[in-house]
Design a protein around this ligand. Structure first.
Ligand code: TGC
Length: 391
């Protein structure tokens, strides 16, 4: 196993019980994914064979507002996300979308029947979920969505186009966000559960990606899709219902970025300690040490921010601008660390088997999805000043 860098002991005092999920995640990934991750990435293949094991260790779990003894606490959850992304951001994406977005939407806003129908199967990994919010023309501003939900005598008719939907090529259920036609002017956004496959729904895998290559992403095209009233999420009225799920996924990203950053710093330290140039290891040169310490600066701040996020959540004091801060800060820190690691590995750094360029490419997507750096900057700007720069 790779050595972990926890220089200031940000996680040193985490109780044993809160480490178990992360330890099981790490053991699983080190054994069954890390040995083939470079090949999976090269061939853009998703390791679907690990879904039962991810379910077995308890990574498929909703994050609704109700207290649930069976759910891992924020610290245990975060540490597990860190392990997933230490391996690959695409694996953390799979779990984030299943648990934080799809299952959380059903837990928060679903009827008793919807919860009974979907949550047990999703927990077992028998049903994978996806979350259709973003559209080809509406990413940062989801309130502009063009997907429409129209009332019919039997229930609802959906028409629209969702893009950048992680998990959609392997999903058995899609949470689709649509504007109800009767009140489109006022932006009445509602959520629907669409079983897959379903008449009128076409899922097109997105290919030729240079990032998140082990994550199955796609487009969901909806044409004259007929659904019963029972498919509507009764508790989801307005964009806030979708954004509440994004809060959970953004939190997981803030933790996951720590794992990717640690992996890159570990590799840079190992490489510079071993490679000899001009008669001594690279790590003995002042310029190299300066870079390693700059990476440590970024890593420690990201670790402490992640830990604090979990503490605020436990205390019920977490506000969504805190999550924006953590997502933005930690992903940017991980990007800087990955880029420095790539440089320190020299030409070796571009080889897939050395992993740093894979992390670097993945983090490009991680910086963009679930709210870009710019969007989170403006959310923070509005929170600091009381003035929204969006509209
Ligand atoms: P605004 O008027 O500010 O807010 C609308 C309503 O939502 C509430 N709200 C939140 N609630 C919970 N958590 C949050 N983080 C919230 N942010 C806002 C807000 O209080 C309001 O409620 P109410 O009751 O007053 O109506 O909305 P806005 O349209 O001005 O936009 C705000 C903005 C820009 C911050 C928001 O639209 C935003 O976060 N934009 C970024 C969206 C984003 O992250 N998109 C990418 C999603 S990733 C993706 O689609 C792929 S899914 C994952 C995958 O498959 O990989």
């Amino acid at each position: 196993m790779t050595e972990l860098i926890d220089y200031l002991g940000a996680f040193a005092d985490v109780p044993e019980g809160e480490r178990r999920l992360a330890a099981a995640t790490r053991e699983l990934l080190e054994r069954s994914v890390m040995p083939r991750i470079a090949d999976l990435y090269e061939s853009s293949a998703f390791p679907s064979d690990i879904i039962p094991a991810l379910a077995e260790i308890g990574l498929f779990v909703g994050h609704g507002p109700e207290h649930d003894e069976a759910r891992p606490g924020p610290l245990a959850w975060g540490l597990a996300q860190r392990e997933l992304e230490r391996c690959d951001s695409g694996l953390r994406s799979l779990v984030s979308v299943q648990s934080c977005l799809a299952m959380t939407a059903i837990e928060r806003s679903g009827s008793a029947d919807q919860r009974a129908e979907w949550l047990p199967a999703m927990r077992r990994g028998v049903a994978i979920g996806c979350f259709g919010l973003t559209e080809p023309e509406h990413g940062s501003d989801p309130s502009g969505m063009e997907t429409r939900a129209q009332r019919t005598a039997e229930g609802w008719r959906l028409d629209g186009h969702k893009r950048w939907v992680s998990n959609s090529p392997i999903a058995r259920v899609a949470v689709i966000w649509a504007k109800s036609e009767s009140s489109a002017a006022t932006g009445d956004i509602r959520g629907f559960l669409v079983p897959l496959p379903w008449p009128g729904v076409e899922v097109r895998p997105l290919t030729r990606k240079q990032s998140l290559r082990v994550s199955p992403s796609g487009e969901v095209l909806l044409k004259d899709v007929r659904l019963p009233e029972s498919a509507r999420l009764p508790g989801a009225e307005g964009l806030g219902a979708a954004l509440a799920c994004l809060n959970e996924a953004r939190t997981s990203i803030a933790w996951g970025a720590v794992g990717a950053a640690e992996a890159c710093l570990d590799m840079a330290r190992e490489h510079t300690g071993r490679r000899v140039q001009f008669g001594r290891p690279l790590a003995g040169f002042q310029l190299v040490q300066e870079r390693l310490v700059a990476m440590l600066d970024d890593l420690i701040s990201a670790q402490l921010v992640a830990r604090r996020l979990a503490e605020l959540k436990v205390r019920g004091a977490l506000r969504h601008p805190h999550i924006s801060f953590a997502k933005r800060h930690n992903v940017a820190a991980a990007q800087r660390i990955a880029a420095r690691a790539r440089a320190l590995l020299g030409a070796e750094g571009i080889i897939t088997d050395r992993h740093v360029m894979r992390h670097m490419a993945n983090l490009e997507s991680v910086a963009t999805y679930e709210g870009t750096d710019e969007i989170h900057t403006l959310i923070l700007g509005a929170d600091l000043t009381g003035l929204s720069a969006f509209r």
